[in-house]
Design a protein around this ligand. Structure first.
Ligand code: CTP
Ligand code: MG
Length: 354
């Protein structure tokens, strides 16, 4: 028997939103995993303090910004509080690497001469830790701590919609193999910025305010808001913000996801535009971010996403011509799948992440 069901668009997006929510929940890390990671952080901090007593080891990236998936790696940053750090980042990487190699069971690899010198750690899976652990320790990367706090603040304004969208985009981009800056596509951080740009600057009415442009509740001295010449101020008192600002956008997370894919497959001006969460849509020409495809090598500005604080830095600079083609192709594919509105919304999600 033929059973023709007519579901309204509203019912369909409600169902999609419920499924998205449940889909994301089962991918979140367990409390146990978070506790193990926190223990590892403390252990590493204790060890590093035998070299640098004034140091602190802080989490950033997904472990700290609320966009963590089960078994995601740990990004750690070591800050040294003494007024004159006696050792360079490269020396610290080498020394800390040696120490951890001697004192722990981690496999250790050091990259003392990278743009951001790091120590890479990994622990193989064991019965108590079925997926092992992998972690990168960097030094003095204060901008990353601040941009983590910014993403965290955006997530806490509207946890359900923001977290669901960002986490879904992370999973989707990993499953579709377009989440590898080393292979010419975009990092998770890049996708998170695309989501926030969309919610602040594309959606009307906006889902999120622009935290970097709100008037400060109290004056702040220059030195407290600048790191290496970059303005890192943003409105971070989210309780106060919630008293003063409420979004009048009531779209469900399913509707937002559909529009997100539509916008980045049809409307975003990849050739000329720069997505800036601080300033809105900018022009590549105004930033001097032009493509010079000399011998097909200079690929830095195919896709432009301005870092919220390090505004000279294009977060998508690793995206190559082929990478961008793949990413845009995936945005279109996703848009097509959702536009077809298959009767069972859970199947749409499964197909998206195939
Ligand atoms: N970061 C950055 N600039 C980049 C890439 C990353 O400052 N171009 C910093 C950001 O603070 C970001 C953190 O590094 O939050 C981790 O980035 P990434 O690994 O891309 O994001 P995660 O949320 O940790 O995602 P995943 O779970 O995929 O590791
Ligand atoms: Mg990470």
């Amino acid at each position: 028997a033929q059973r023709q069901r007519h579901i309204s668009r509203h019912q369909w997006t409600q169902s999609l939103s419920r499924d998205l929510h449940n889909f994301v929940i089962q991918l979140l890390p367990t409390a146990e995993e978070l506790a193990v990671k926190e223990d590892v952080r403390k252990l590493l901090e204790r060890l590093i303090r035998t070299i640098e007593p004034e140091s602190r080891l802080l989490s950033f990236g997904s472990t700290a910004n609320g966009f963590s998936l089960r078994n995601s790696d740990m990004d750690l940053c070591c800050l040294i509080d003494s007024s004159q750090p006696p050792l360079s980042a490269s020396d610290l990487v080498t020394m800390v690497g040696d120490l951890l190699e001697r004192e722990t069971k981690f496999k250790v690899k050091t990259l003392p001469h990278a743009r951001i010198p790091i120590v890479k750690l990994s622990l193989d899976p064991s019965p108590g830790l079925p997926y092992g652990i992998s972690s990168d320790i960097g030094f003095e990367n204060r901008l990353a701590l601040e941009n983590t706090r910014l993403l965290m603040s955006y997530a806490s304004i509207d946890p359900v919609r923001v977290r669901t969208l960002v986490i879904f985009l992370k999973v989707w981009s990993k499953r579709r193999k377009i989440n590898s800056p080393y292979l010419g596509t975009l990092s998770s951080y890049g996708y998170a910025l695309l989501v926030i740009f969309f919610l602040v600057h594309v959606k009307n009415p906006p889902v999120l305010p622009n935290l970097q442009q709100l008037p400060p509740p109290r004056p702040v001295p220059y030195e407290d808001t600048h790191i290496g010449g970059n303005d890192v101020w943003f409105f971070d008192d989210i309780d106060l913000l919630k008293e003063r600002w409420q979004s009048s956008n009531t779209e469900s997370v399913g509707e937002l996801l559909i529009d997100f894919f539509k916008y980045y497959s049809r409307d975003f001006t990849y050739n000329t535009g720069v997505a800036s969460i601080k300033m809105g849509l900018l022009k590549k020409s105004a930033k001097g971010w032009l493509n010079e495809y000399k011998d097909g090598r200079d690929e830095r500005n195919r896709f432009c996403i301005e870092d919220p604080f390090e505004t000279d830095f294009n977060v998508a600079r690793c995206v190559t011509k082929e990478g961008l083609y793949a990413i845009r192709g995936e945005f279109m594919r996703a848009s097509r799948i959702l536009a077809a509105r298959p009767e069972r919304t859970i199947m749409a999600l499964a197909q998206l992440c195939e």
